[in-house]
Design a protein around this ligand. Structure first.
Ligand code: SAM
Length: 277
């Protein structure tokens, strides 16, 4: 498999299939679990927000993974089992969508919008009922158009897993300009969140890190691990006892426009026990 410019394996081919089966089939093999660990933190974030039914924008949502975990009241293991079940693998596209729609019905209380550069992933997430609205865009390269801006104006909370790195401060600042939503991003330790914090600060945000580290996935190979250990060391991040043991790790950052990021981080930290494997 090819590597991207940061030394990580490139999984790009699984993000653009017409349905999520290649995505889950591939990520299961590397133990991708960050959306599962993020789930209790996003629940707490929704509960902490004052809106009765907040609108959550999942950046780099792919096939609506974080929304599906909530709406299908399931786990990453549950999604992995479902999408690799031989009976599910045998379904045609229409039947798979029907089967997935039948799984939706978990906790309400939040609207889910998804932003992604992959049109097929978004189309699937919408048709399966995981997302209420989709924004197909690359805000690294373009400003939101008027229709996208209108959707961004609805957003109360912005979340992401496995996405910062693909998207940078450019995307997050463009999103923040709308309704100035709260943000919570799980970010691999190999990426600095400081450029995001700095650009959001220009809009009056402050940022805090939630305590703890979160396993994202196993390295796909010894070669990938060696490259990432080099990237971490060059960035001044000590991989000893974490990435040196075979897993990539993320941290959780929250940003708020009202001077209360530290309070939010403290409130989310009470989710930590639930989120630890
Ligand atoms: C590693 S996947 C993470 C998917 C999901 N959030 C999860 O944790 O399972 C990264 C996602 O970011 C999307 N992506 C990459 N570049 C992007 C960009 N510039 N804007 C929006 N989405 C992007 C990809 O299409 C892919 O769906």
């Amino acid at each position: 498999m090819p590597f991207d410019s940061t030394g990580k394996i490139s999984f790009d081919h699984i993000y653009t299939a017409p349905d999520p089966r290649p995505f889950y089939g591939t990520l299961r093999r590397v133990g991708y679990e960050i959306p599962q660990l993020a789930k209790p933190y996003f629940e707490k974030l929704i509960a902490e927000h004052h809106a009765e039914q907040p609108t959550v924008l999942d950046v780099g949502c792919s096939y609506g993974v974080n929304a599906a975990l909530r709406r299908c009241d399931t786990t990453m293991d549950g999604l992995y089992r479902h999408y690799t079940d031989p009976e599910v693998l045998a379904l045609d596209h229409t039947r798979l969508v029907e089967a997935d729609r039948a799984r939706v019905g978990g906790p309400g209380g939040a609207r889910f919008y998804g932003l992604d550069a992959s049109a097929p992933a978004l189309e699937y997430a919408l048709s399966a009922g995981f997302l209420d609205e989709a924004i197909h865009a690359d805000f690294e390269r373009h400003e939101p158009d008027s229709a996208q801006r209108k959707l961004l104006d609805d957003v109360d909370l912005v979340v992401s897993t496995g996405c910062v790195g693909y998207v940078t401060e450019k995307t997050l600042q463009r999103i923040a300009r709308g309704s100035r939503p709260w943000m919570a991003h799980f970010v691999l330790r190999m990426f600095s969140y400081q450029p995001v914090a700095d650009r959001l600060a220009e809009l009056g945000y402050d940022t805090a890190a939630v305590g703890g580290v979160f396993r994202q996935r196993r390295f796909a190979s010894a070669e990938e691990q060696a490259q990432i250990l080099g990237t971490l060391t060059a960035a001044g991040v000590d991989p000893a006892g974490l990435e040196s043991e075979g897993w990539l790790y993320a941290r959780l950052y929250v940003s708020r426009p009202d001077g209360a990021a530290a309070d939010l981080a403290a409130a989310l930290e009470s989710s930590e026990e639930e989120g630890t494997p």
